[in-house]
Design a protein around this ligand. Structure first.
Ligand SMILES: *Cc1c(COP(=O)(O)O)cnc(C)c1O
Length: 364
């Protein structure tokens, strides 16, 4: 039996590079609370993202939950069910009501033409996901948000490094969250970034991350603890050095898949749009009227020690914890895609021969 191939394989610097980066922590004993690594990573990311107002978090989810909180929203939030459950949880944990809008069948992001009909007197925001790093229709969403005075918060967990016409995705919406979890395209072991347009909101959240302390003796906010630690920041510093190389390697793997799977009746792969600099973060494939079902293919791959993932399945609106409160039949395209989609293994060191083997299994 060949060695297992998982859907992802975490990118790491060499052991030597990482230990060199963390060595000084043994002298300083400063392991958390905006230490030198945290500040260094923050500055590197401000430059990389071209976004001046960013905050680092212990993980992406806390970033999103606190970003939503920062806008003091009430009532209803228009969102997508075709996402990580983190997106929906972050709305509900803020005591807001998610109103699910269907997705477009081409890249699985929220369908902007269906948003307006969901807007009511209670609507205060749109929380949308750049699914697999493919961007939502930012311009249309922006226009709707301006017309109805809504906030726009992007779950950009998948979209680190993505640019639209040369502009980094961190520049769009009122806030964008990037997950830096070990399975993501750029990681700090666990971690997250939120980029805000508003400097004041970003300043406040920097304190909220640390219990609301604004000085040693002043606590101006009912904050929480969502701090990134120095070991995580050091991992980010190292991984950022290699980010462009990683993306280039992923790109080779990605297009090897595309070559093999394109033009096969019943198989659909989303290609990056022309005005996008893509990060090649995921390779989702939709099996629609293919000779075998998504679930048959996942089992076939598994029997060869290859572990693809049903990502995103189930829809977040179908999570058992929501007790059937939401009707997934109201978002029929999302429902349909969720039972047909499979995310195939994709990472920088994946052998091209393994890609061909995976595609062969799918085609046979
Ligand atoms: C990974 C992910 C999150 C959560 O990020 P964590 O860093 O794991 O907390 C949220 N949304 C989406 C779309 C994700 O893929």
């Amino acid at each position: 039996m060949k060695k297992p191939i998982n859907v992802t394989w975490t990118s790491m610097p060499s052991f030597q590079e990482y230990t060199k980066e963390i060595e000084e922590l043994w002298d300083s004993r400063w392991l958390s609370n905006r230490g030198v690594k945290h500040i260094k990573l923050e500055n590197l990311l401000i430059e990389f993202l071209g976004a001046p107002n960013i905050a680092l978090f212990a993980n992406g989810h806390l970033g999103l939950e606190l970003a939503i909180e920062a806008f003091h929203l009430s009532g209803e939030v228009i969102t997508t069910p075709f996402t990580h459950v983190s997106t929906t949880h972050s709305i509900i944990r803020n005591r807001l009501k998610p109103v699910f809008c269907d997705i477009n069948p081409l890249d699985y992001t929220i369908d902007p033409d269906l948003i307006e009909e969901k807007i009511t007197e209670q609507t205060t925001a749109i929380v949308a996901t750049h699914v697999y790093g493919h961007l939502c229709d930012i311009q249309k969403i922006d226009k709707i948000a301006k017309k109805y005075n809504l906030r726009v918060i992007y779950d950009a967990a998948h979209a680190f490094g993505v640019e639209l016409q040369g502009v980094n995705v961190a520049r769009f919406g009122d806030a964008s969250m990037f997950s830096l979890h070990a399975t993501k395209v750029f990681n700090t072991i666990e971690g997250g970034i939120v980029a805000f347009q508003d400097e004041k909101i970003c300043d406040n959240i920097q304190h909220i991350i640390n219990f609301g302390f604004t000085s040693h003796e002043t606590i101006d906010f009912v904050g929480t603890n969502a701090r990134m630690n120095e070991f995580e920041a050091a991992m980010g510093i190292c991984n950022l050095r290699h980010f462009n190389d990683e993306v280039a390697k992923r790109k080779r793997v990605y297009y090897r898949y595309v070559e093999q799977l394109e033009n096969i009746e019943g198989i659909r792969v989303v290609l990056p749009k022309e005005d996008i600099k893509y990060n090649f973060s995921y390779l989702p494939v939709v099996f629609d009227k293919y000779k075998e079902s998504r679930d048959q293919i996942i089992d076939k791959l598994k029997s060869d020690n290859i572990f693809a993932r049903k990502y995103f399945y189930p829809l977040t609106s179908e999570a058992t914890c929501y007790n059937g409160e939401f009707d997934s039949m109201l978002t029929p395209i999302a429902k349909d895609i969720s039972v047909k989609i499979l995310t195939l293994p994709l990472y920088s060191d994946l052998d091209l021969e393994d890609v061909e083997r995976i595609c062969k299994i799918i085609k046979e």
